[in-house]
Design a protein around this ligand. Structure first.
Ligand SMILES: Cc1ncc(COP(=O)(O)O)c(C=O)c1O
Length: 324
């Protein structure tokens, strides 16, 4: 049965899809679909910049955005990059593509994110950066790792592929370190099939990333574009941006739908409350640089994993309560 929540979500989805249709048809008619930085790419970068408070560059994938974050900081052969052992394989592959060495660290077993002690255990004399993954969109631990990186003189790069719209200590995910990567692939908070985005506050890093994103080209004073470094073709097209644009415009509403759904799931699945940072109320507790553990404490674990969950049938209860 459709709940008021479902109906709201459906109406929002329909409104977004109508805008996507309008954007795509308008784009074809305008004959502007084959330019590199057209109105939709610009609109997406602008909306994303406002959301994060950091300048953004769209890319063709989240994986390319991670590689861009590393290469824009000059990470390459001879460097080690610490990243969590629990992530999508693209995180480690982006490091390998730069010629640097990925060094895996352990993660906290409730958040799946690393804590400073895990990063410390993975450090080598060649460590230059930590690539923090906000697992399942949860930034828990990022503030403590940011403080640790600052203390150790290491770069902190965020793999925020799954975390657009997340906040920690009131600060948007993607603005917590020296650079961040987001994904717009099919399983992410907003999507255009495939796509990504790089964010960095430092203007030099931003300009380097912009050049690497497009064949290493930089504009020189006489208006020509010259290739000063080796780059790739990592651009998002106008078609993809035309699909993303309405989702950015409606981002607050989309995020609210997700938050409401998460809160309803948390009510009905008591065991989910064991994960620190798993809701909007807990993610705001550990501010970047606070250096100390979040005051959040887990409630005692149930004796059986999912006992008597309201609304579940007896057979569902049995199936889940006996699974490993
Ligand atoms: C944690 C993480 N890192 C990197 C990526 C790679 O992003 P993309 O698939 O857009 O290249 C993903 C997405 O699948 C991811 O979940």
């Amino acid at each position: 049965m459709a709940t008021p929540q479902h109906r709201l979500q459906h109406r929002l989805q329909e409104r977004i899809e109508a805008r996507i249709r309008e954007n795509l048809l308008g784009l074809v008619d305008s004959k502007q679909w084959n330019i590199y930085r057209g109105q939709f790419v610009n609109a997406v970068q602008e909306s994303a910049g406002k959301l994060l408070g950091v300048p953004c560059l769209t890319t063709n994938a989240g994986s390319s955005a991670i590689e861009l974050a590393l290469r824009a900081h000059g990470i390459g052969p001879g460097d080690d990059v610490v990243l969590p052992s629990s992530t999508f394989v693209a995180t480690a592959q982006a490091v390998l593509l730069t010629g640097a060495r990925p060094v895996l660290c352990d993660v906290d077993d409730t958040t799946f994110n690393p804590e400073p002690e895990h990063v410390r255990a993975a450090l080598t004399p060649a460590t230059r950066a930590v690539l923090f993954v906000h697992s399942f969109g949860n930034p828990s631990g990022a503030g403590r790792v940011a403080a640790f990186c600052a203390e150790q003189g290491l770069l902190l790069l965020e793999d925020a592929a799954q975390a657009l719209g997340g906040r920690l200590g009131g600060r948007p995910v993607g603005s917590l370190g020296d650079g961040a990567a987001f994904s717009f692939n099919t399983s992410k908070p907003i999507s255009c099939g495939d796509g990504g985005m790089f964010a960095a506050a430092d203007p030099q890093v931003y300009e380097t990333a912009k050049a690497i994103r497009h064949a290493g080209l930089r504009e020189v004073p006489d208006g020509r574009f010259l290739a000063h470094e080796i780059g790739g073709k990592l651009l998002l097209t106008e078609f993809q941006a035309a699909v993303l644009e309405p989702q950015f415009t409606a981002f607050e509403e989309l995020a609210q739908v997700r938050t409401d759904t998460a809160l309803r799931l948390r009510e009905r699945l008591p065991w989910s409350r064991r994960t620190p940072g798993c809701s909007t109320s807990t993610t705001t507790r550990s501010a970047p640089g606070s250096g100390s553990r979040s005051p959040w404490t887990a409630p005692p674990a149930p004796s059986r994993p999912w006992p008597n969950t309201p609304g579940w049938s007896a057979s569902t209860q049995r199936r889940w309560s006996t699974s490993p």
